[in-house]
Design a protein around this ligand. Structure first.
Ligand code: HPA
Ligand code: ZN
Length: 345
């Protein structure tokens, strides 16, 4: 068997967690049309092919414009349920055992949809996924950083009755010009409420935004963070603090953070000793779910079997699971790796 075939087999066999997934970004065009019909909304696209043809992005903003437009078909609790259920059934085949899912409450409340509708639909699907597919979960609402901190405070008040469903609060949307410092006060309140903090930083924005996320927001993970390598002192700090980075390889290529998958710096992040993980971000828009991202990494980057085992372990180590669950999943990763080595010689 070729080296790449072996890496692909190992990538497929390893148990994994996904820690960076915007549930609105898993809305496939087929479901978009079905929900538009159900909610008697019209789309500006003729058919699903026309929607897919529009997914030629030049940067983060060009994606976000169409992503927020697509999310407008989500209206009823059942819609949010069906969205999350479609995602869970899709990743169950990729040996995904645990998911930590983002959603954007402000995309929905701005259209008059109550947070309760969104949360009830998502939680119902996640609970069903845990029962029927054995996939455990955490839920993470995100503030939209192109909006104001006051709006984030108002959203936090909307979210408050449901905090028992949330592991953390995140920060996403247009990064450039919206540094983490803009949200220092609201995330201080988030931490006082006993929630962890995560933030997109160093995707398109500079390494200084990663430093701000660490110092001002006190994040438990950095989402993306790939531009951290431009700053040697920051890289060393991330290594020393074992700060997880939720890296999204296919997303980074689709949004032109890297021109080609071969140019992606995931292997360099690992070689710098960073706790990097593989994730899909917005799989319906970026050409692949978690398994596709793993396949792309195993095919196009100079990774070793040990790197893949480490990436699988990192996905659980960086999760918000408790220590017993982490230990159980890490043992399962080691077990698959040992069997693989035995079978392959
Ligand atoms: N970056 C920022 N905001 C987002 C993304 C992303 O990749 N996906 C959905 N919202
Ligand atoms: Zn993201």
């Amino acid at each position: 068997m070729s080296t790449v075939d072996r890496l692909q087999q190992l990538a497929a066999a390893l148990p994994k967690a996904e820690l960076h997934l915007h549930i609105e970004g898993s809305l496939e065009p087929e479901l978009m049309f079905a929900l538009a019909r159900r909610n008697k909304l019209s789309l500006r696209f003729k058919d699903v092919e026309a929607v897919r043809a529009a997914y030629a992005f030049t940067d983060l903003q060009s994606f976000l414009d169409i992503y927020y437009e697509g999310a407008a078909v989500l209206v009823q609790e059942q819609d949010f349920h069906d969205l999350a259920w479609a995602y869970l059934t899709r990743v169950a085949g990729d040996n995904v055992r645990h998911v930590e899912i983002f959603f954007d409450p402000q995309s929905h409340t701005a259209r008059g949809i109550a947070v309760e509708t969104v949360v009830a639909g998502l939680v119902a699907a996640l609970q069903k996924g845990e029962r029927e597919l054995g996939i455990t979960w955490r839920l993470i609402p995100c503030f939209l950083r192109h909006l104001s901190e006051d709006e984030a405070f108002a959203t936090l008040a909307d979210l408050a009755p449901f905090v028992h469903h949330f592991a953390a609060i995140g920060l996403d949307s247009s990064e450039r010009g919206h540094p983490p410092s803009k949200f220092a006060l609201v995330f201080a309140r988030v931490r006082e409420m006993g929630l962890k903090v995560v933030a997109h930083a160093g995707e398109e924005g500079p390494p200084a935004y990663v430093t701000e996320a660490l110092d001002l927001l006190r994040v438990s993970r950095v989402d993306h963070g790939v531009r951290s390598l431009e700053d040697a002192a920051l890289t060393e700090r991330l290594r020393r603090e074992a700060m997880p980075l939720t890296v999204c390889p296919l997303s980074n290529v689709k949004l032109r953070v890297f021109d080609r998958i071969e140019d992606h710096n995931l292997k360099r992040l690992l070689d710098a000793g960073l706790l990097a993980t593989i994730n899909s971000d917005d799989p319906a828009y970026f050409g692949g779910y978690l398994g596709d991202n793993w396949r792309a990494v195993a095919t196009a980057l100079p990774v070793t079997e040990a790197d893949l085992v480490r990436l699988a372990g990192n996905s659980f180590a960086a999760s918000f699971l408790g220590p017993d669950d982490k230990a159980r999943h890490l043992a399962a990763v080691d077990d698959v790796a040992a069997r693989f080595r035995q079978a392959g010689g």
